[in-house]
Design a binder for this molecule. Structure first.
Ligand SMILES: [Zn+2]
Length: 97
């Protein structure tokens, strides 16, 4: 007799997510300053975002709440690592430069 573990498949949307520990960001469960982007790679963030929006977050989603100069900093930093941040069309604000 073996102790067989029964694995039940749980629909992704119903997976229980433990709340983040105190002192970390409530959105992504990572310790970062509120004016900095969420960690797009945080599993907590991805699960929560997906349950809310029905899709996985992009880097833009992770930094959408940041000020413009912080967004630019991260877009540039990610570009240096070969990651292109795709901006949503509605934020195109017609700057000529
Ligand atoms: Zn966060």
């Amino acid at each position: 007799m073996s102790n067989e573990v029964k694995v039940k498949e749980i629909p992704f949307e119903n997976v229980m997510i433990l709340p983040p520990k105190p002192g970390v960001c409530r959105e992504c469960a990572v310790d970062h300053r509120p004016d900095q982007p969420h960690n797009r790679d945080s599993l907590y963030y991805q699960m929560k975002f997906r349950q809310k929006h029905g899709r996985f977050p992009t880097w833009w989603d992770a930094m959408a709440h940041c000020e413009k100069h912080i967004q630019k900093f991260w877009i540039d930093a990610l570009a240096e690592r070969g990651v292109i941040v795709e901006l949503p069309e509605e934020t195109a604000d017609g700057e000529s430069e």
